[in-house]
Design a binder for this molecule. Structure first.
Ligand SMILES: O=C(O)CCC(=O)C(=O)O
Ligand SMILES: [Fe+2]
Length: 337
């Protein structure tokens, strides 16, 4: 098990830039390089019954134990992901004046550009973002040329993979493959995507890209241009996300946790700035239909497992903290009983 010691009092952890003299506040942002499980997408749908059932067993273990994993062999061409990431980079290179066209003006806006995590925190949180709703009825920004088309191609493939993954997850829960599709009414599912760009740390006054948080939805898929920044919490320990080439990072969302009454938990995660380069990430929160009232399913409740979450429509869960649906933020604090 490779480790980046997070508690040395002599030297900064090795992934930190040497131009920063060691400071004990680094301890709070350091993480370990423990291995994160890898799931092979093709094996989940293998026609060899033994391979298929072994792959589902592994997915069940990983969803329950970690709540996040690397998905390989997903079949989305590398060029589709690269083109989407290039388009994002080009969008963020537009002038502030051009980007401000997408600042929120109206609560019905389906595209939103902004800075920080929550309003007013851009001094302490170094993120610039562009949010869209890939499903239903994707609408992308009109500039730069070709960007919206590149995103649409990626979102189409990403949604196919995620829906198939939801079928495999349904089986790991002991139900037929359409279980999650039916309970979450996924034909009308609302997907929220955040395109994020973080400056390199040496250009920033703070190392924080995004503070620790949870994601809404049932599954979240993420691709990025470079490793080094995203960290996920596993059994009280922060782990660096180091994605293998051409993989997708998947994590359980809050609404899978609520439905399964805490069996498949949504992991806490955060972003620390990359110490060398500008980092771009593209996470997509795949969610139930907005009107779906999500509560722990009867199948996961018994006298030893009383309901641990209150019910709420997906729309209310996204808006409970005064956010709009496009923000894709959930409100587990209000939902946990
Ligand atoms: O940028 C990342 O790696 C993660 C972003 C994230 O967690 C989010 O947008 O909710
Ligand atoms: Fe997140």
């Amino acid at each position: 098990m490779a480790e980046t010691s997070p508690v040395s009092t002599q030297n900064p952890p090795s992934h930190l830039p040497t131009i920063f003299p060691y400071n004990s506040s680094f301890d709070s942002i350091a993480a370990f390089d423990d291995e994160i499980p890898t799931i092979d997408y093709q094996l989940l749908f293998s026609h060899d019954p033994e391979q298929h059932s072994k792959a589902l067993d592994e997915l069940a273990r990983v969803c329950e134990d970690y709540g996040f994993f690397y998905l390989v062999n997903h079949g989305i061409p590398e060029s589709v992901i690269e083109r989407a990431l290039e388009g994002i980079s080009e969008f963020f290179n537009l002038t502030d004046e051009e980007k401000r066209e997408y600042e929120m003006k109206d609560s019905t806006d389906r595209i939103r550009w902004g800075l920080g995590f929550s309003p007013g925190d851009h001094q302490t949180v170094q993120r610039e973002y562009l949010k869209v709703l890939p499903h239903p009825n994707f609408q992308g920004p009109s500039k730069p040329p070709g960007f919206s088309e590149a995103l649409e191609k990626y979102y189409k493939r990403d949604r196919e993979v995620t829906l198939n993954l939801a079928r495999a997850v349904s089986k790991t829960l002991g139900y037929e493959e359409s279980y999650l599709e039916k309970v979450f009414e996924l034909e009308n599912g609302t997907d929220v995507s955040a395109m994020n760009v973080y400056p390199p740390w040496f250009e920033s006054s703070t190392p924080i890209g995004l503070p620790a948080h949870f994601d809404a939805g049932y599954l979240v898929s993420l691709v990025q241009n470079v490793n080094g920044g995203l960290q996920a919490l596993h059994k009280g320990k922060w782990i660096n996300v180091n994605m293998p080439p051409n993989s997708i990072f998947i994590n359980n969302g809050d609404h899978l946790e609520i439905l399964t009454n805490g069996k498949y938990k949504s992991p806490k995660h955060r972003v620390i700035l990359n110490n060398k380069v500008r980092r771009i990430s593209l996470p997509t929160v795949h969610g139930p239909s907005l009107d779906k009232f999500v509560i722990p399913a009867a199948e996961f409740v018994d006298e030893f497992h009383p309901p641990a979450y209150r019910g709420m429509t997906y729309k209310d869960a996204l808006e409970a903290n005064g956010y709009h649906v496009v923000d894709g933020k959930s409100c587990m604090a209000q939902i946990r009983l």
